[in-house]
Design a binder for this molecule. Structure first.
Ligand code: EPS
Length: 387
């Protein structure tokens, strides 16, 4: 089982992540992680912060001679912007300055719920940790899960499906091709026509001081049947993945396969017919409406998840709110932010899915080293092929 935990504030010194449970002998370099961190920083619609940060990982433990040792891997990503925020984010009581107090909560943000819960009179105590900057740490952990999955020939990709009202046509291609095409697009969208309109949508929102959300999809190819379990609610792998995606900042809904569209369809239209290939001795389907899961267990088809990201709650044209201290009507705080971060959320989604999947796979295969994991995995694949 993989466990991971992040720490760090958006404008603090750094982000930290500890990931535990990876087998020993997994080949990892800093470049593998930095590549994923860079992908997360891209996308049309990002704010000025992304020009300041050049996210790079510092690995502090758990890796030796470019391989995991089996010990917890701890990593850091320094915030370059920290230099400009040292006083506001200071550890020392004497640096406290009421000039920087934030008291006008943004509707849609954790600002108000957070201050009420933690009894704080300064929204910054909350917003710094609620910030999607935290996802950089998750992407670093996800990069390791991704490397693990690649060793088992499992490929994770994502693409932007919708921005505002503009919906892209489904790519309908294998994950490695999706990855290749999405990477060419500034919105990580494989539909060029839709991409143009999406950019216009972002520009319009930006000019109006507004923000725009959308949908990203995560696809995983190469997962054999039998990972996850139907026997207990918290062992269902589709549910674990949905939770991980739902926990990505600003995500408000998750679907697997056809998801919500199934509501308006009949059983006969939805369910993927079971077929058998005699020569290859394997079960297969011609369709994948189920998105790779039946009964919380992988069914051998690609895993397909989509998540909706609400428009970011930091607007440059602020919304009606209430001053926390005076209780008078005000407009919410204006803070530097992105207009649209759906493409970046797709990369975060890949990491979230990779971590859950790698963890579930390890639960089944067991193994303290990659050699042991691969041997067990191969045996399981043999068992399925002989069914
Ligand atoms: C960031 C995500 C967004 C950015 C942030 C960096 O975080 P939030 O959820 O707080 O809007 O806006 O940058 C800033 C907070 C800033 O000062 O510009 C990220 O993904 O790294």
């Amino acid at each position: 089982m993989i466990r991971y935990m992040t720490a760090g504030e958006s404008h603090g010194r750094c982000l930290t992540v500890i990931i535990e449970g990876l087998p020993a002998g997994l080949e990892v370099s800093e470049d593998d992680i930095n590549l994923q961190l860079k992908r997360r920083q891209l996308g049309y619609g990002r704010g000025r912060r992304m020009k300041i940060e050049k996210d790079k990982v510092v690995i502090n433990s758990g890796i030796r001679f470019a391989r995991t040792t089996g010990s917890p891997v701890s990593m850091q990503i320094l915030n370059r912007d920290w230099d400009n925020w040292k006083k506001i984010m200071s550890l020392k009581a004497e640096d406290k300055d009421d000039e920087y107090l934030q008291v006008k909560p943004r509707p849609g943000h954790a600002d108000l719920t957070g201050v009420l819960k933690y009894n704080s009179r300064d929204i910054r105590d909350i917003l710094e940790r609620a910030s999607a900057r935290e996802t950089a740490a998750r992407v670093a952990a996800g990069a390791l899960a991704r490397k693990f999955l690649l060793e088992l020939d499992i490929h994770v990709a994502s693409f932007t499906k919708q921005i505002g009202k503009i919906r892209a046509t489904d790519p309908n291609m294998p994950s490695d091709k999706i990855l290749e095409e999405a990477e060419q697009s500034q919105l990580r969208c494989t539909d060029k026509n839709a991409e143009k309109k999406m950019i216009e949508e972002i520009e319009k929102a930006s000019k109006a001081g507004d923000t725009v959300g959308g949908i990203f999809s995560v696809i995983v190819d190469g997962v054999p049947p039998g990972f996850g379990a139907h026997i207990q609610w918290d062992l269902k792998l589709d549910a674990k993945i949905a939770r991980a995606l739902m926990s990505v900042q600003a995500v408000k809904g998750v679907e697997n396969g056809l998801g919500f569209a199934m509501a308006g369809m009949r059983g006969s239209e939805v369910h993927d017919r079971i077929k058998y290939e005699d020569s290859g001795k394997s079960f297969f389907r011609d369709t994948n409406n189920a998105g790779g899961f039946e009964g919380g267990i992988t069914n051998g088809q690609s895993l397909v998840f989509s998540a909706v990201m609400k428009p970011i709650s930091s607007l440059q044209e602020p919304l009606e709110s209430v001053d926390m201290l005076t209780k008078k009507k005000v407009f919410s705080e204006i803070v530097r932010s992105d207009v649209c971060a759906v493409p970046a959320a797709g990369v975060v989604g890949e990491a979230a899915v990779a971590l859950e999947l790698a963890s579930a796979m390890l639960e089944k295969t067991g193994g303290d080293s990659m050699v042991e994991v691969k041997r067990n995995y191969k045996n399981y694949l043999k068992q399925i092929s002989e069914f």
